[in-house]
Write a protein that binds this ligand. Structure first.
Ligand code: ATP
Length: 137
């Protein structure tokens, strides 16, 4: 088995797409290992996206990611990281393929509905950012 980390971002939670997105995730063969609902402070959003701290969109991203509730999840499936990136589609929804989560639910490059880890290593770091070890079963 193999795991990835995702969160449903504020635009999609606010837009009422949580159920539809979780349904797509389960129908694609992912098992939900851990799930919660929470809201990031700007400080914690900045920590989560610290790799982007030199990018021009960093301050906006921090504000956006702390603007409402998010739903972090740990997912399990063979080849989880790569298969999940395929399911969500390109960062920019204008370039996301038909049938992907972002094509269906993203509003913009920034408010793009979901996050998906880009490596096994980051999946573990990001999972530990939101979940205690005892929750990760
Ligand atoms: P994520 O890490 O959320 O799965 P990603 O790997 O597709 O997304 P990254 O390049 O890691 O994209 O960027 C992280 C997030 O920062 C994006 O999901 C998006 O919300 C935001 N972002 C990235 N590029 C831009 C941009 N040019 N303008 C505004 N926001 C951006």
């Amino acid at each position: 088995t193999n795991r990835t980390f995702t969160m449903i971002k504020p635009d999609a939670v606010e837009g009422g797409h949580t159920g539809a997105i979780i349904r797509m995730i389960e129908e694609a063969g992912f098992r939900i290992v851990a799930i919660r609902k929470t809201q990031l402070t700007p400080e914690r959003a900045g920590q989560f996206y610290a790799v982007h701290r030199e990018r021009p969109f960093y301050n906006d991203l921090r504000a956006y990611m702390s603007s409402g509730a998010i739903i972090p999840m740990i997912l399990e499936k063979d080849n989880a990281v790569a298969d999940f990136r395929k399911l969500i589609g390109a960062t920019n929804p204008a370039q996301a393929e038909e049938g992907t989560i972002r094509k269906l639910y993203a509003r913009s490059m920034e408010a793009n509905a979901v996050h998906g880890s880009d490596s096994d290593e980051n999946a573990e770091i990001e999972s530990n950012f939101f979940f205690a070890g005892t929750e990760q079963y």
